[in-house]
Design a protein around this ligand. Sequence first.
Ligand SMILES: Cc1cc2nc3c(=O)[nH]c(=O)nc-3n(C[C@H](O)[C@H](O)[C@H](O)COP(=O)(O)OP(=O)(O)OC[C@H]3O[C@@H](n4cnc5c(N)ncnc54)[C@H](O)[C@@H]3O)c2cc1C
Length: 384
Amino acid sequence: MPSPSHQHVDVAIVGGGVIGLSIAWELAQRNLCVSVLDQGPMGKAASWAGAGILPPPPGARADHPLDALARRSRELHPMWARRLIELTGIDNGYHVCGGLYLAQTPGEMASLIANRANWKDEGLQVQEWSKEQIIAKEPHLVSAVEAGRVKKAFWMAEEAQLRNPHHLQALEAACQCSNVQLRPHAPVTHLERSGRQWSLRTDQDHLSADKVCLAAGAWTALLTKSVGFEPAVVPVRGQMRLYRTDSSILSSILNEGPRYLVPRKDGLILAGSTEEDAGFNNFTTSEGLQSLQAFSEKWLPSLTPERCIRSWAGLRPGTVDGFPYMGPVPEREGLFVAAGHFRNGLYLSTGSAELMADLITNQIPRIQVTPFQIQRGLHLDPES
Ligand SMILES: Cc1cc2nc3c(=O)[nH]c(=O)nc-3n(C[C@H](O)[C@H](O)[C@H](O)COP(=O)(O)OP(=O)(O)OC[C@H]3O[C@@H](n4cnc5c(N)ncnc54)[C@H](O)[C@@H]3O)c2cc1C
């Protein structure tokens, strides 16, 4: 007989970020008994820290599996938003707002022109915009445009966003409605195969499961050491600033290189982001925040430091080749990984959840998984 503090589930998911919670909800809808364990509160790490940008889906001619995953994810997002609000009453803020892509420097112009060629090859809708078109759409950019800061501009009508903190709340509530056991503040400290099951130890109790999915974001490689393999997932810090404005001074997402301004419907504007190698240190720095401040004021002069109501940093789960790790771990029956979504975890979460649920339930996934396999760049320790 298991002790009262020892439970058995079909699938245990380690990590309650957007990836872990999305997989859990998808599996619960397939009638599996699922538990999600997080070392902190649910959904408060990278998934909370992000901006929620959902880039346009790659065009039909883009045939790499990552393109297929992105297309499927964008197809699922509006459906998930509808189902989440029906089930939980929480609006995750999904809406198509369009994205402006601006170049100020010759380097940015060159890369934007190269991107446009790729986007067109893929069959993606992209328009070159004149200064007049920019001002007509976004009147508050007038001073930046007249100061000659825009050397090239493209408009992507299909760019969308979701309000990620609300999305995470909705996912958590949807999991609860679907009988997923949520275990916040339960750091998984040890993982081992015992017989035909996996045993997971936390600092309070332990749990056994037929299958385990590791969705621990930037921390995934720390966790897998105990079972003898280390996927090359590394933390990449990103800093953010949040401004409150009295009125809506921006309606579409403004992108310049890796920087962006994301307007929320209630007048809040997010400015992001940096890309830094700072280990597991998720503090902001004065240098990072100053660079975001300069970026924000350059485009919208009313985003003064006094308008900034909050700043934070998050750790993106990066991988060496830019592809997430998704699939079964070789030679570790019943163990799966879903981590390493870097700058696109919110975007790719819906398609990733469907793909992982297919793999975990032995269905044939609609997307080819080879580029996401754990085997690439993996060190397997035969002793474990
Ligand atoms: C500044 C910034 C901006 C971003 N902007 C965007 C964007 O606009 N669009 C987009 O698509 N993506 C964006 N991203 C990326 C996106 O946020 C991530 O790719 C995504 O959140 C990764 O989700 P995850 O669930 O894998 O990781 P996380 O959200 O980090 O979740 C992992 C969870 O695992 C838990 N955990 C770790 N170790 C253990 C353990 N031992 N036991 C139990 N729990 C554990 C952690 O506590 C954490 O809650 C951004 C990220 C940042 C930082």
